[in-house]
Design a protein around this ligand. Structure first.
Ligand code: ADP
Length: 160
């Protein structure tokens, strides 16, 4: 049984994240979506709100689990018994950061946990949570980037 950890901030989840989750579900037996947070950082959604949006979207998919943590991703991967960390690659700058993180996490886990990079779908490679927040704050439609329940929750936050 291959179980992978998919860490990120997911503030909020977008179709870009969901495409990576879908690719991971096609490859592995269990995908643990991990909301990694730092309580000192400001976010649009609380950790519990982020968890419930993701749980709601995947309520019919038993392969997807959702957890949250403030510590090191590698510790969580080991604690959850994950065989690998999954990350999504959009741009060259993602690649430079991810290669460093993957090497560090491999060393920190004594070669136990590898990182698997999956590529963003070409029409989603410019989608990030921060970009979607910015577009909505300009009163533009975000339906191409996030599912309806996320769009509604974001509009409520901004009282649009
Ligand atoms: P962001 O705030 O940049 O959207 P997160 O920290 O929530 O990012 O991202 C978690 C993981 O998902 C990272 O590996 C990130 O590269 C990946 N990811 C985010 N958006 C996309 C996308 N549109 N396509 C592919 N991977 C993505």
């Amino acid at each position: 049984m291959i179980k992978v950890l998919y860490p990120g901030s997911f503030d909020p989840i977008t179709y870009g994240h969901m495409n990576i989750i879908e690719q991971a579900c096609n490859l592995f037996d269990e995908v643990v979506v991990a909301i990694m947070y730092n309580s000192k950082k400001t976010s649009m959604f609380s950790v519990n709100e982020r968890i419930s949006l993701i749980e709601d979207l995947y309520k019919d998919n038993p392969k997807v689990k959702v957890v949250s943590d403030t510590g090191a991703t590698i510790d969580l991967a080991l604690k959850c018994g994950c065989n690998a960390i999954v990350r999504g690659l959009r741009t060259l700058s993602d690649f430079e950061y991810e290669i460093q993180m993957s090497q560090i996490n491999k060393q920190l886990s004594q070669n136990k946990v590898n990182t698997i990079s999956l590529f963003a779908e070409s029409n989603l490679e410019n989608v990030s949570s921060s970009m979607v927040k910015e577009i909505l704050s300009l009163n533009k439609d975000i339906s191409n980037y996030v599912p309806e329940i996320v769009k509604k929750a974001m509009m409520q936050k901004l009282m649009i």
